[in-house]
Design a binder for this molecule. Structure first.
Ligand code: FAD
Length: 477
């Protein structure tokens, strides 16, 4: 059965319904797209120049009945009174990060709290030692992925009729924060993207098929609209040629969602025009995939792709020809919110380990945490992480209400990544020499926390965005 879906302005309409959908960082199917509200700032979505107006209908295949039971959690339940946090003093030095997951944040809605508790429970089977071991052995975290898939969490934002839970980005952010905070970091939060095209493809929701996302190119970097990979029409489809870089999970992905140019740059009015999106088989001889050795998140492969004369069928094109960029544009705010939430998770995990260690480690006859030089930076980090958390969840709430402005999503991602980075660095210093030892895990957190500072958009580009779009300053690039 083929259905028509409209992206952009309808609640469930966009094929790539949000950044997570298109994201190379997320393991979950995110596709509900709420009604849009206007931003007070001009051109207010993402960093690019394209305007987020209406998108052409998209065809996609619905591939059969659900085989997994998606969690049914009603949204917008009344707020419960906060629970008393469990003190960390009583914890042992090597306690799992998952033991400290709390759901007492007074501002969580009942549905967010339910997600937090359910995900914490799943994550409690995956201690820090698991994450350290797969990082060491470069093994993909299949076990967590399957555990989430089995319980239907990969479809958290999908409409129920496609096997999803139909929750919002507010709940998805809680899910991603909780996974990262369990000690899983960016490794646990990074699996595969989901698109609306695959929203109806239950093998993906059930975790039986894998997909990756290809936008970044070696020669153009953050200047996405200048990307050079092309698709030219052939008799029965397209022929793709070009390169991509930093493509996460391409070693194991069955499919790729890829953005390429279908109309040369000099034949379109705006650079955002002339780009098209394809969702197609990846493991073909025409695509050469080479893993990039990297600093952290070793369990999740990241790759360069070189492809030439790669035949792709007409049905593999997603949406209208030349409209690809507009389709991904709508997902960008959600992507930033979710990555920001993951950064928060890492930051809180590091902070808890630091607080725990500084209570237990005695030097000069007292716990090191009794020294203000240790205590104050940690207190400062908690406040910064909490401030960022409020910004992230504010952005998520606005997104779920249909707000299209990018200032809160971008600022939230920026603040969360910076606060988390500082928190991870302080956690290492709090541990002294042991901070440098793998045994205490904080060095792994620090290696991973660079990712949300760099991707999917860098700190500098967010500052450019706020300077230009919010403050009305001249464009600097
Ligand atoms: C672990 C990891 C996984 C990734 N996974 C994927 C994936 O699956 N799919 C995918 O498509 N991409 C992926 N990426 C790519 C990621 O989105 C890019 O690395 C990121 O967007 C930055 O682009 P770049 O590396 O080309 O940096 P560049 O564009 O080369 O920029 C380099 C530096 O210059 C700065 N800079 C550039 N222009 C300006 C300016 N005008 N003003 C101020 N500063 C500027 C940038 O902020 C940055 O600090 C991944 C990256 C990493 C690290």
């Amino acid at each position: 059965m083929t259905r028509q879906l409209r992206g952009g302005s309808s609640r469930n309409g966009l094929i790539l319904a949000n950044g997570g959908v298109l994201s190379y960082q997320h393991s979950i199917c995110l596709s509900s797209l709420p009604q849009r509200n206007e931003s007070p700032y001009p051109n207010g979505n993402g960093l690019e120049q394209a305007e987020p107006d209406s998108i052409a209908p998209v065809n996609f295949e619905v591939k059969g009945p659900a085989t997994i039971e998606a969690p049914r959690i009603p949204r917008f339940l009344p707020l419960k009174v906060s629970r008393v946090p469990r003190g960390i003093r009583s914890r042992s030095l090597h306690a799992r990060a998952t033991e400290f997951l709390q759901s007492q944040d007074p501002d969580l809605s009942e549905s967010q709290r339910t997600v937090r508790e359910a995900i914490s429970k799943i994550c409690s089977d995956f201690p820090d030692s698991y994450w350290a071991q797969i990082d060491e052995s470069h093994q993909f975290p299949t076990e967590l992925y399957e555990a989430l898939a089995r319980r239907g969490w990969l479809g958290i934002c999908l409409p129920q009729r496609y096997g999803g839970s139909e929750l919002g980005i507010s709940e998805a952010a809680v899910m991603m924060q909780t996974i990262a905070e369990s000690g899983a970091g960016m490794t646990g939060a990074s699996m595969e993207p989901r698109s609306r095209k695959i929203a109806g493809s239950l093998p993906l929701i059930a975790g039986r098929q894998r997909a990756c996302f290809g936008v970044t190119e070696p020669n153009t970097g953050l200047d996405t609209l200048q990307l050079q990979a092309t698709a030219r029409r052939s008799r029965d489809g397209y022929v793709l040629s070009g390169q991509k870089v930093w493509i996460s999970t391409a070693q194991r992905a069955d499919k790729i969602l890829i953005l390429v140019r279908t109309t040369p740059r000099d034949r379109v009015k705006k650079p955002s025009q002339g780009l098209s999106l394809f969702y197609t088989d990846l493991q073909v001889p025409e695509v050469q995939i080479t893993e990039i050795p990297k600093m952290g998140r070793a369990a999740v492969d990241t790759n360069s792709l070189f492809f030439d004369n790669w035949h792709v069928s007409m049905e593999d094109r997603v949406g209208e020809e030349n409209e690809g960029f507009r389709m991904i544009l709508h997902g960008m705010n959600a992507e930033r919110i979710l990555i920001g939430a993951e950064a928060l998770g890492l930051g809180f995990a590091a902070l808890r380990r630091a607080a725990l260690y500084s209570n237990n480690r005695h030097v000069f006859g007292r716990p090191i945490g009794q020294n203000q030089g240790i205590q104050h930076p940690l207190a400062d980090s908690w406040m910064k992480l909490e401030a960022a958390r409020m910004m992230i969840y504010q952005a998520a709430r606005l997104y779920d209400q249909g707000y299209t402005g990018g200032e809160y999503a971008n600022a939230g991602k920026y603040l969360a990544a910076e606060a988390a980075f500082e928190g991870c660095e302080r956690a290492i210093l709090t541990h002294g020499g042991m901070g440098y030892a793998k045994e205490y895990h904080v060095e792994r957190y620090l290696r991973e926390v660079f990712i949300p500072r760099i991707a999917p958009v860098s700190r500098e580009m967010i500052l450019n965005y706020i300077g230009e779009r919010v403050l009305g300053l001249p464009r600097s690039y």
